[in-house]
Every structure is written in structure tokens, then in C-alpha cells.
Design a protein around this ligand. Structure first.
Ligand code: FEO
Ligand code: CA
Ligand code: CA
Length: 676
């Protein structure tokens, strides 16, 4: 989800002045720009002239080409020794449908409204109910995870697909709602519609099979499951049972209904699905008094979001009436997809903030490290080191590994090192005198704790992924149009960063649990032919190969990176092409070479991506077709989509059928490995 411009995505006329949910980090933690600015001079920094000096040691050697503003300072990279990805690129562009590279099929696997749980009715957009939606595939599919069947196998052709349903776009979901200023629209959103929205959130588990080269899902599988904003979820870890977690519904502080705004996530080696609650502030309205114990934390998280009117019908979404309910969202949720009766668990040990994703690295000795980022302009990158080790022979023993451990936040130094700072009660500034009376408070108010530690303010941390081949960790920074010239630093080197960049963390000796690591920049988004962007791709990247606003990523078994983009409303300014998937070389002479592989229909965002165990299928999730920036598309000039008149009716293209977020299965026509 890209919420940088508006409090509610896909809806143009809606904002309450001054209620942007992003950029709410008010601390004066020094940016590294101030540190290096003292060394190199602020004007040089502002002009990006450090590429030839300090930054050249930080940026990977072969990634330095093509940035017109910096090419002269960068060493000339050797010519590629072999062709990169062999596919013929998709071209930049925008239209009503999706496109995949020549020689590939991109087939719709499952759409919003398709039956998931046995007994679910067929989708009828004119007769929607919450009861039906709670059994059907939810809205706005984001994360896609692949859990092979049977459990413990590496099956490439049968699995449980684990899919997040991040949020809803009611103006194109429901007849008669349309696009209007938020308050006017709320007046038309009845309790029935709000309850459908709640049922369209959460996640789905669906069994899928590949038969004769084509994927289908089984609507009758016993594994299938829907999780919604009403599903009972356990609260585990240090914050469970704490006073700040207790509500009138749950005086024990140990159980909560639902998960919200689940964006990306990750899969664990023990076969569970980690689902990341991101912009949870958007679901709440109401205010607490300035002297309320939650006031500082709610402000830091951008409350009240007021993107939805659920608080009109459900007191728990009104922080004035139920002030602690907000503390029960913003966590990583662990779900066992192999047991549809299992209770999902919120893992409070991993901290509370706007989690984008959660990716695990397991050391040779079984040490479990979970990387996770906080997607807001000027927020932080975190990692969690579990207390207990992974046991590959005992799944039961692994199921609560994420209940206990140490959370760290990243401080990126200009000398290309990373320091991981522990969020531990009693250490450093995290004391009762400073507002952190116990570990639960540190975790519930993790942003405030990380502020106090002096973490590095980043350009919106999105997905994080570990390269299984090299052990390097990709940290995807999607954009930050609020960073001022005096705020640039080595790791966030561009002011008004509209295009994002991708950083690599290189753990010392491959030890992800270590408190020190190194970092470098893999690439900088934007058009490398335009000096104003300061973009950096490999010199052989074509006019279709560059991209802007990287978001979700996947790494294939060869260690190559597949980048999905989300430019939001700003797609036309950022690149002029619709979002998509680009394949990026990560090593050798071709490092930083990128090629366009897939393109979404107008107004959509690219999510997933997810490979099967044999890399012969790439699942991608097309989120919110017909919404973002459709008024800038020449065929829909100046208009915004509604149920009655959407910019595209992808993927069905039937009269009266609205656009439907869908998961797409991409396979090679010859049955081979994707990208070879
Ligand atoms: Fe939901 Fe940060 O994207
Ligand atoms: Ca995202
Ligand atoms: Ca990912």
C-alpha cells in the first residue's frame, strides 16, 4: 500500500487537512546527512557529489552506472560476459490489462469474491453480504506465500497459497458509493457495507494444484480458510496480558478479534505464515485526551486515521470509547496454514509499528532472525533475534519460537556499517523515568523506543528479503518525497526521493544475529537517462528495464531479485509506466541490470511476488486495479473510477462486473524455469 499522498488510497477527494498518516516521526534524531555533511560539506551532499568519494565505497561497484549525474565519478564497469535473463522485455506503458514477457502465460488463479470455504456462494457484486464475503476470497491481495503440500515436502505443484487481504476500495466494490470527500462517502457506507469490508480484510489460505502445466485452486479443500477482521487471534509474547492490552471485550489482554491492513509477510522454515499488520491507524477514529497514557503513541502512529467508518458501528474502532484496542494491532501475526482450526498468534516480541513484511534467516546453529521494516517516511528497519533455536526435526517445538527474543533497530553509519540497537527495557534510555516502565511498553510503543535509541530515519522501508545464496538482506526503500536536501545521508542519498532504492545488508561472517553488519546500495530507482533523478542501474539496462518505487520483492533459487513496484497515485510522474515486476541481477558483471517482466492493468499495484520451490511458477498479486492515478491515463483523462464506471474491468471484462484484485500464476510456455 502506498499511502504517501492521501489518507485513503484510491480516493481522491477525501482528506482532512493535516491528517496524513505518514511522515509522523517528529524526533530530531540526527540523520546521517548531518554527520557526513560535517565531513564533506552540505552543498556537495545536496548535489549528490559524494558518489566519487565516500559513497563510491558504499555503493556496489557494478551498480554505479547510468546515473547521468554521477557517471563521471563512477568506475567503468566491464561489459556483461553473458546475456542476463533471457526473456524479451515487456515495454513500459499503461492500458486496461496485464502483460507478461513473450513465451510466458499469465493466468488468473483466484479473484476477489471467488469461493474459498466450502459452502461459499458464487460472487454476485450486486448481492454482497458479510456472510458471503467471509467465505470468499478477500479484497486487495498483497503478500503471497507458498506452503508446499504435504507439509514438510518441497512439492512444486501442490501447495497452500497464503494470501493477505490488505484493505478495501469501497467506491469500486459497492454500487452507489462512488468517489467523494470522505465524510460524504461515510454517510452512504451502511453497517452492512462496513461489515462486508471487515469480512474482505485479513487473509485466505487456499489449496492449489498444477495439473498438466496449469494451476487451479480447489474450493473444496479441507485446508481452505478465511481470516477476517473478526477472527479470534491470540496475543502472545511480552505484551500479552499487559494493562495496555486490556479492553472491555478482553479483560485479560490475551485475545483480539481480527488482523488489519496485512500488507506483506513471510514464511517460516517450520511452515507457518507471517502476516504483517501495516497501516492499522486507518481503521480508527476518535481521540484521546492529550494526557491519556496512549496519546503520545497514537500521535506517533498517525491516529486517528479515519479511512473507514467502522467506528460508527463498532465501538472498538473508536479510541475515545475503547482506547486500548489500537494497541492490539500493528503486530506480526503467525498463522499455521496446515491447520485451519488453529488460532493465529500476534507476536508482540517483534514490536508494534506499521510492519510491511517479516522475513526469516536461520543460522547454521538454528538461530532464528526475523527482519521487518516500518513503512512510513523517516521510519526504521528492525530485526528480531529469537531466544530459542530452530529444530528441523520437531515442528511442535518451533511453533512458539517467535514468542520470545530481542528486538533491534538499525542505525546505518556513513562508513557503510550497520549497528543493531536493542530495544530492551532498562538499557540506555528505555527506562521507567523516560516512559518505558517495562518491556511490554517498549514493544507496544516500539517507534518511541526506537526514536529514543537514535535509529536511522529511512525512505519508507517496504519488503525485506534474504538472499538464500549469498546471505545478503535486501531492504527495499520505496520513496520519500518529504526528505529535504539537508536530510540526505549516505543510505538515503536523495532529497525528494520519488523513486526509491534498494539497500543490501551484509551480515558479518554471515551471522544474522550479530549486532554489526555492513551495507551498500544495490540500485536507485528512476530513469537513469534523466540526470535529475540520480538513478543507478547497470549501464545495459534498457529504456524498459528501469523502474520506480520498489515494494515487494522475491529472490529465486539462483539468487536473482524480482522486484514488484508500487508508485501509487504518482505513477505518471515517477515513471510514466504502470507498475510491474522487474528481474534484477544481483551478482557479477551484470549486477544492477534490470528487465521488465510483467505489467499490471491501469490503476493497480504489483504485489506478491512468490516462486514455487522449483522456480517454474511465479505468483504475482494484482492489487486494486482501476484505482491509483487513473485520472492521469489518457483514456480515462480526469476521471476517477466508481463501481458504475471503472477505468478497467480487469480481469473479467464483463458488463456490470467490477474490477477484481486477483492472484496471477505465471509459467513459461515450455515449462521451464522462470527467467532462464
Ligand atoms: Fe502496504 Fe507498505 O505497502
Ligand atoms: Ca507494500
Ligand atoms: Ca517478499
Amino acid at each position: 500500500m502506498d499511502s504517501r499522498d492521501l489518507p485513503r488510497k484510491g480516493t481522491k477527494y477525501l482528506t482532512f487537512e493535516g491528517r496524513e498518516d505518514i511522515g509522523s516521526n517528529p524526533t530530531d534524531n540526527p540523520t546521517m546527512g548531518e554527520v557526513i555533511g560535517a565531513r564533506f560539506g552540505r552543498r556537495d551532499l545536496m548535489r549528490g557529489m559524494l558518489a566519487g568519494t565516500a559513497l563510491s565505497a558504499i555503493v556496489g561497484p557494478a551498480a554505479l552506472l547510468s546515473s547521468a549525474g554521477e557517471a563521471e565519478a563512477a568506475p567503468k564497469a566491464p561489459k556483461p560476459t553473458k546475456a542476463a535473463f533471457s526473456f524479451q522485455e515487456v515495454q513500459h506503458g499503461v492500458d486496461e490489462t496485464h502483460h507478461v514477457a513473450t513465451g510466458y502465460d499469465a493466468d488468473i488463479l483466484i479473484r476477489w469474491g471467488d469461493p474459498v470455504v466450502p459452502g461459499a456462494p458464487a460472487f454476485d457484486p450486486l448481492k454482497q453480504t458479510a456472510a458471503a464475503q467471509s467465505k470468499q476470497f478477500g479484497y486487495n491481495n498483497d503478500f503471497v506465500g507458498y506452503a508446499p503440500l504435504p507439509l514438510g515436502s518441497k512439492s512444486p505443484d501442490r501447495a497452500l497459497l497464503c494470501v493477505n487481504h490488505e484493505y478495501t476500495d469501497e467506491e469500486i466494490m459497492f454500487p452507489g458509493v462512488g468517489v467523494e470527500q470522505q465524510k460524504a462517502k461515510f454517510a452512504r457506507l451502511t453497517k452492512d457495507l462496513a461489515d462486508i469490508e471487515m469480512a474482505a480484510h485479513g487473509g485466505s489460505v487456499v489449496e492449489i494444484r498444477k495439473v498438466r502445466g496449469k494451476w487451479t485452486y480447489d474450493p473444496n479443500s479441507k485446508f481452505n480458510r478465511r481470516i477476517t477482521a473478526e477472527t479470534e487471534i491470540a496475543i502472545t509474547g511480552p505484551a500479552a496480558g499487559h494493562a495496555l492490552m486490556k479492553t472491555s471485550y478482553d479483560p485479560t489482554g490475551t485475545r483480539v478479534r481480527g488482523m488489519l491492513n496485512n500488507c506483506s509477510g513471510g514464511m517460516t522454515p517450520w511452515g507457518t505464515w507471517l502476516s504483517a499488520e501495516e497501516n492499522f491507524n486507518g481503521y480508527f477514529w476518535g481521540q484521546v485526551a492529550d494526557d491519556h497514557p496512549n496519546a503520545k503513541s497514537l500521535k506517533r502512529l498517525g491516529f486517528p486515521g479515519e479511512w473507514y467508518n467502522w467506528g460508527q458501528y463498532h465501538d472498538r474502532f473508536d479510541v475515545n470509547k475503547e482506547p486500548n484496542e489500537a494497541n492490539r494491532f500493528g503486530w506480526i501475526v503467525e498463522i499455521d496454514p496446515y491447520d485451519p482450526t488453529s488460532t493465529p498468534k500476534k507476536r508482540t516480541a517483534l514490536g508494534r509499528f506499521k510492519h510491511e513484511a517479516c522475513q526469516l534467516a536461520v543460522g547454521k546453529d538454528g538461530t532464528v532472525v526475523a527482519y521487518t521494516g516500518d513503512d512510513e517516511r523517516f521510519d526504521y528497519v528492525y530485526k528480531f533475534v529469537a531466544s530459542r533455536k530452530y529444530n528441523p526435526k520437531n515442528r511442535t517445538a518451533n511453533m512458539d519460537i517467535l514468542a520470545d527474543g530481542t528486538l533491534y533497530v538499525a542505525k546505518f553509519h556513513p562508513n557503510a556499517t550497520v549497528e543493531w540497537l536493542p530495544l530492551v527495557h532498562g538499557q540506555g534510555p528505555l527506562t521507567a523515568e523516560k516512559g518505558f516502565p517495562d518491556q511490554a511498553t517498549v514493544l507496544i510503543n516500539a517507534r518511541l523506543a526506537a526514536d529514543a535509541l537514535g535509529a536511522t530515519k529511512m525512505d519508507r522501508p517496504e519488503d525485506i528479503e534474504v538472499n538464500p545464496k549469498t546471505g545478503r538482506v535486501y531492504v527495499v526503500l520505496t520513496n520519500n518525497n518529504k526528505r529535504k536536501p539537508e536530510q540526505v545521508d549516505a543510505i538515503n542519498p536523495r532529497p525528494d526521493n520519488q523513486w526509491g532504492h534498494i539497500v543490501e545488508i551484509i551480515p558479518a561472517n554471515g551471522d544474522h544475529a550479530a549486532t554489526k553488519a555492513e551495507w551498500q546500495i544495490l540500485l536507485r530507482g528512476g530513469n537513469p537517462k534523466d540526470p535529475a533523478t540520480g538513478a543507478q542501474f547497470h549501464a545495459d539496462t534498457s529504456e524498459n528495464g528501469w523502474f520506480a518505487c520498489p515494494d515487494n520483492v522475491a529472490v529465486d533459487n539462483r539468487g536473482r531479485l524480482w522486484v514488484a513496484t508500487d508508485q501509487g497515485e504518482a505513477w505518471n510522474k515517477a515513471s510514466g509506466t504502470a507498475d510491474g515486476v522487474w528481474a534484477v541481477e544481483t551478482e557479477g558483471d551484470l549486477r544492477g541490470l534490470s528487465k521488465m517482466f510483467f505489467r499490471v492493468p491501469v490503476g493497480a499495484e504489483m504485489c506478491g511476488p512468490c516462486f514455487t520451490t522449483d522456480d517454474k511458477t511465479l505468483f504475482v498479486a494484482v492489487q486494486h486495479p482501476a484505482t491509483d492515478g487513473v485520472d492521469q491515463w489518457e483514456k480515462f483523462k480526469g476521471k476517477l473510477s466508481s463501481f458504475e464506471d471503472p477505468a478497467t474491468r480487469w480481469p473479467d471484462f464483463k458488463p456490470n462486473m467490477p474490477p477484481r484484485p486477483s492472484v496471477v500464476a505465471i509459467t513459461k510456455k515450455d515449462g521451464g524455469v522462470i527467467g532462464l
